[in-house]
Design a protein around this ligand. Structure first.
Ligand SMILES: [Zn+2]
Length: 57
């Protein structure tokens, strides 16, 4: 059985997943520092990018 899943990196602070480890680390750093997420970062998360309502589709 072939799995097409990509490796995902999870921010331990907010629990969102990213395809890019560097983005996940940025999210973690931001979450720790600001006690919350940056929308600029979370919009890159798998959860957000899968969400319906993509205006560019
Ligand atoms: Zn985070």
């Amino acid at each position: 059985m072939i799995m097409a899943d990509k490796v995902l990196y999870r921010c331990p602070e907010c629990g969102l997943h990213y395809e890019d480890e560097q983005i996940a680390k940025q999210c973690e750093a931001y979450c720790k520092e600001h006690q919350g997420c940056s929308m600029e970062i979370t919009k890159l998360s798998v959860e957000r990018s899968k969400a319906s309502g993509n205006p560019q589709s």
